[in-house]
Ligand binder design. Sequence first.
Ligand code: FES
Ligand code: FES
Length: 160
Amino acid sequence: MARLIELTLNGRPRADAVPDNLLLLDYVREVVGLTGTKTGCDGGECGACTVLVDDRPRLSCLSLAASVGGRRVDTIESLATDGRLSAVQRGFHEKLGSQCGYCTPGFIMASAGLLRRNPRPSDEEIRAALGSNICRCTGYVKIIEAVKYAAELHAAGAAP
Ligand code: FES
Ligand code: FES
């Protein structure tokens, strides 16, 4: 069975007929063609597939596309504006929060969701917000520094 979903994807309205069993991850990557969202474990363990649904992080490998009808979905492609990186993207870039980069879109989306809900998070709140994301390269210290720096940029007016 397929159904029509209407949603706002990266700020733009969209309508697609999707099979009932289509994963949100496969919808954004294969139907829409936005490949910034990564497939990692494909089982809810790594966070590489994180997108925002109404500003809340969602593991797209565990979500059905049919569940986001009427919702606002944001992927990593939504963050930069006219070629300018968002606060969180700048944070990861300038504070070296990314090495191989495979986990980075998921971390960035989880961090952007955090700053939208809580613009001045504590270190503990950052760690808790990123608890569903795994990185095999950085050791996490640089990631925490990146999010703290992003919060400063956001406080100074940059979009998260
Ligand atoms: S690919 Fe979704 S949690 Fe790993
Ligand atoms: S930067 Fe390589 S897994 Fe995180």
